[in-house]
Design a protein around this ligand. Structure first.
Ligand code: ADP
Ligand code: MG
Ligand code: ZN
Length: 485
C-alpha cells in the first residue's frame, strides 16, 4: 500500500532537564515514581495567585547545549509566553513556554539508517517550557501529584523529513543518546523523563501537499515508536484506498494490542491564546554565554564514531558500540591517549569489547564503578607486547584486576605468572620430553611435521602454560632436527 503513498513524519520530543531545582521556582526535582506525591511543591509551581517565577539559569545552560549540539541557530532574544489551557494537572491554567522566540531554530541532526546511509533531518525548533503535574485515574476518582509540575522541560521539534518508522526510531535514539552525552537527561523513557510524539501523514507519491496528520501519544519505547508509526501509516493508506479520509486527531498506542486508537479529535487548530508572560522579563543570551556553552560541548557520538572508524580502523559496529555511552567512549579515549608500544587503538578496542565488557557483565559492574583504570589496561597489554605474559594469562590477570583493583605487574609477580623465556630452563624440559617419547620423535622425523604442535603442548603442560610459545617453537624445531644426526 505504501508504494502508492509517501509517509511524512515529524517528531516532537519532550525531555525533562536534569537540573537540581525546577524551571521557575526553588523546589527540588524528585523522582516522579519514587517520591511521596506533592512533597516537592511551593506556591509558584502550585500556581497560587501573585507568585513570581524566576528563570533557572542551569536549565538555560542545558537548553543551550542541546540547541548547539543539534546545530541550531541560537537565539539571543528569548521570550517566555503563556500557553493557556485548562487541565487538572496544570494549576495555573497556563503553561509557561516559548512561542515566537525559542532558544534554538533551524538545526539538523544526521541519522544513520540500517543500510549505513546517512540522512539529515531538519530540526525546526528547540524551546524551553515547564512540565505539568501527573494524574492517576482510579475507579472512584483521580489523583494529582504536582511534584513534576514546573520541572524544566525542553521540546525538540523536527521538520517533517522522516519517511518511515525505522527513520523515526533512528532519529529518536540519536536524540536520546545526545541528551545523555550532554548529561541533561537520563533517557529513562519508562519514567517519562523523555517522551516522543510522532506526527504522521501520507501523501500520494509525487504530490507536493502534505496529507492530514495524526499525532501519536503514550509511546514508551523505541519499539512502540517504530511499530506505532508503521501501524498508523498502514491504517491511513487503507483508509485512503477505501475512499475514506484521515481526520486530524490525537491517537494513543495500545502496546498489548499493537494498534492505535482515537483519543481526541483536533479538527480545528487549538487556540492557546499565547501571549508574553508579563511576570518574566526577556532573557538575553549574549555571545559570551553562547561561547562558554560551545566550549563545554563534549565531542558528540557521531564525531566519535567517525574518528574511531576513520582514524583507528574500527568497524561500524565496533565504533558505534564504543561511542554509545559517553563514559565508555571516554574510558576508551583515555586508554588510547596513554597507549604504550603495541597497544593499538584496534587492540584496545578488542580487549574492551570482548574481555572487559564480558567481565563487567559477569560482575555486574558499570564503567563508572570499574576498578580497572584505562592506564592499567594499557600496562597489561604492554606486558603481553614485551612477552612477559601471553594472551591467555593476560585474560586471567585482567579478571583479577577487576576483583582486586591491583595493577597488572604486581599480580603477575605475586602469582608467578611471568612467561618462561629462559632458554636453559626450557631446553632441559624439552630434553626430558624428547627422551621420554621416542615414538612421536620417530614419527616426526619420518615426516609427520605437524607433530611439532603436540610437542609444544607437552612443554606447555609441564610449564602450566607459562612457556613463551615463540621460544619453545624455535628450540623444539632445532632440537628435533638434531635427533636426525
Ligand atoms: P503544532 O504546533 O500543532 O504541534 P507544528 O507545525 O509545530 O504543529 O508541527 C508539529 C510537528 O508535526 C513537527 O514535527 C512537524 O514537522 C510535524 N508536521 C507538521 N505537519 C505535518 C504533516 N502534515 N505530516 C506529518 N508531520 C507534520
Ligand atoms: Mg504539537
Ligand atoms: Zn515550586
Amino acid at each position: 500500500m505504501l508504494q502508492k503513498y509517501e509517509p511524512v513524519i515529524g517528531l516532537e520530543i519532550h525531555a525533562e532537564l536534569m537540573t537540581q531545582s525546577k524551571m521557575f521556582c526553588g523546589c527540588r526535582v524528585v523522582d516522579s515514581v519514587e517520591a511521596e506525591p506533592n512533597t516537592a511543591v511551593c506556591p509558584v509551581c502550585l500556581g497560587m495567585p501573585g507568585m513570581l517565577p524566576v528563570v533557572n539559569r542551569r536549565a538555560v545552560d542545558f537548553a543551550l547545549l542541546v540547541a548547539l549540539a543539534l546545530n541550531c541557530e541560537v537565539q539571543s532574544n528569548n521570550i517566555f509566553a503563556r500557553k493557556n489551557y485548562f487541565y487538572p494537572d496544570l494549576a495555573k491554567g497556563y503553561q509557561i513556554s516559548q512561542y515566537e522566540f525559542p532558544i534554538g531554530l533551524r538545526g539538523y541532526l544526521d541519522i544513520t539508517l540500517s543500510d549505513g546511509t546517512i540522512k539529515r533531518i531538519g530540526i525546526r525548533r528547540v524551546h524551553m517550557e515547564e512540565d505539568t503535574g501527573k494524574l492517576t485515574h482510579l475507579s472512584d476518582g483521580s489523583l494529582v501529584d504536582f511534584n513534576r509540575s514546573g520541572v524544566a522541560l525542553l521540546e525538540i521539534v523536527s521538520d517533517p523529513d522522516i519517511r518511515s518508522g525505522e527513520e523515526a526510531r533512528a532519529y529518536a535514539m540519536r536524540i536520546r543518546q545526545i541528551l545523555r552525552y550532554l548529561r541533561v537527561n537520563t533517557g529513562d523513557m519508562e519514567k517519562g523523563v523523555l517522551r516522543i510524539e510522532p506526527n504522521i501523514s501520507i501523501r500520494p507519491r509525487g504530490a507536493e501537499a502534505f496529507g492530514t496528520r495524526v499525532e501519536l501519544k503514550n509511546l514508551n519505547s523505541f519499539r512502540a515508536l517504530a511499530d506505532g508509526t508503521d501501524f498508523e501509516l498502514d491504517r491511513q493508506a487503507a483508509l485512503l484506498d477505501s475512499g475514506g479520509r484521515v481526520i486530524q486527531e490525537t491517537r494513543g498506542w495500545h502496546d498489548a494490542r499493537r494498534e492505535t486508537f482515537s483519543q481526541r479529535s483536533k479538527e480545528e487548530a487549538e487556540d492557546y491564546r499565547y501571549f508574553t508572560d508579563p511576570d518574566l522579563p526577556p532573557l538575553y543570551i549574549d555571545e559570551a554565554w553562547i561561547e562558554s556553552a560551545r566550549i563545554a560541548l563534549p565531542e558528540l557520538p557521531q564525531a566519535k564514531e567517525a574518528r574511531y572508524r576513520d582514524e583507528f580502523g574500527l568497524s561500524d559496529y565496533e565504533a558505534s558500540v564504543l561511542a554509545e555511552d559517553r563514559a565508555v567512549a571516554e574510558w576508551f579515549d583515555a586508554a588510547v591517549a596513554g597507549k604504550g608500544a603495541g597497544a593499538s587503538p584496534k587492540t584496545l578496542a578488542n580487549w574492551i569489547l570482548n574481555d572487559l565488557f564480558r567481565l563487567m557483565n559477569e560482575r555486574g559492574r558499570s564503567i563508572d564503578t570499574l576498578p580497572v583504570t584505562p592506564a592499567a589496561l594499557v600496562a597489561l597489554l604492554g606486558q603481553v607486547e614485551q612477552g612477559t605474559i601471553n594472551q591467555t594469562t593476560a585474560r586471567e590477570v585482567l579478571a583479577e584486576m577487576m576483583d582486586s583493583g591491583r595493577d597488572p605487574s604486581s599480580i603477575i609477580e605475586s602469582r608467578g605468572l611471568a612467561q618462561i623465556s629462559d632458554e636453559a630452563a626450557l631446553t632441559s624440559i624439552i630434553d626430558t620430553i624428547i627422551a621420554g617419547n621416542p615414538g612421536p620423535v620417530a614419527n616426526y622425523l619420518g615426516g609427520k611435521e605437524n607433530l611439532l604442535g603436540w610437542f609444544v603442548g607437552q612443554v606447555m603442560r609441564e610449564t602450566k602454560g607459562r612457556a613463551n610459545p615463540a621460544v619453545v617453537n624455535e628450540l623444539l624445531r632445532t632440537r628435533l632436527e638434531r635427533e636426525r644426526m
